[in-house]
Design a protein. Structure first.
Length: 289
């Protein structure tokens, strides 16, 4: 079974078309003319904000002289891309780039995450995420909190898919020390991490950077980023960078490569798997009683 999603399939479809057009020297204006659409419309579709009809895809396949095997693959991608974003019901809650990130996440094969301040969303308990959202100026409106919790719980199902997401997480020790939601919620969250690690030894890897790392981690105090890799060899790694109230997708190769280098650096100072588990257990044990 291939891990993908409508968002990922649509992205690959347009990426292959655009790359072929570049290789053939076919400009955007020529494509728009062949499709009998405006250049503005073509720009919108080529950036993933629209779907080519079957007839217009057929015109492009001929114009760009795709081989028969490639034509079949591109038609298959279009069929997948026609599907709905699995989080479409929450589109009124989340801004456009975040919705796209959710769609890409749903079709990623592997995600590498770094988080220094809080436990990453895919690993949070329901009470922990609810406490975070209630405390946020941007997301703390009571009528929205439960919908946001529901959306995050749905995203967490990626860890239990028939072909589960491969998730590697590096966290600063501080993420385990903040008592989000109070002592009971905090303790439940720490125990939840241990349960997740124990139940998914092949697909989930959590490493911690202890306070003893000192200045090496201090410079990354507010950093939160994710690197997404996909099953298709035609798709490059993407990045997602988060600030307090906003995030953005990183597609620029230089930026993504810098994020990859940064991840390798924090990985080099992180504790090993067993030492990370032991540290989580010790922190959880100190919070009993």
């Amino acid at each position: 079974m291939t891990r993908t999603s409508p968002t990922v399939a649509g992205w690959e479809l347009m990426l292959r078309i655009l790359n072929r057009a570049t290789d053939r020297g076919v400009k955007a204006g020529a494509i728009a003319k062949a499709l009998d659409v405006s250049q503005q419309y073509w720009s919108k579709v080529s950036h993933g904000r629209g779907m080519l009809s079957e007839d217009k895809l057929a015109i492009l396949l001929r114009l760009l002289e795709f081989e028969p095997a490639d034509q079949g693959e591109l038609r298959a991608l279009r069929e997948v891309a026609k599907g709905q974003n699995p989080y479409a019901e929450y589109s009124a809650l989340f801004y456009e780039s975040l919705m796209r990130f959710f769609g890409l996440e749903a079709g990623a094969q592997c995600i590498r995450s770094f988080e220094n301040g809080v436990v990453p969303g895919l690993l949070q308990t329901e009470d922990y995420m609810r406490a975070l959202m209630k405390g946020s100026v941007a997301t703390g409106r009571p009528h929205e909190v439960e919908q946001r919790v529901k959306a995050r719980r749905q995203r967490q199902q990626l860890l239990d898919d028939p072909e589960p997401l491969q998730l590697s997480v590096i966290m600063g020790e501080a993420a385990l020390m903040y008592q989000v939601g109070g002592p009971e919620v905090h303790r439940e969250q720490l125990r939840h991490l241990l349960t997740l690690i124990d139940g998914r030894p092949e697909t989930l890897d959590i490493r911690l950077i202890s306070f003893e790392a000192g200045g090496a981690i201090a410079a990354l105090n507010s950093a939160t980023f994710h690197l997404l890799d996909f099953e298709s060899g035609r798709l490059p790694t993407l990045g997602w960078v988060e600030a307090a109230a906003y995030g953005e997708i990183a597609e620029d190769r230089k930026w993504v490569n810098e994020m990859g280098y940064l991840y390798s650096q924090v990985q080099s100072i992180a504790l090993g798997r067993e030492d990370s588990i032991n540290l989580i257990d010790r922190i959880a044990s100190r919070n009993i009683g």
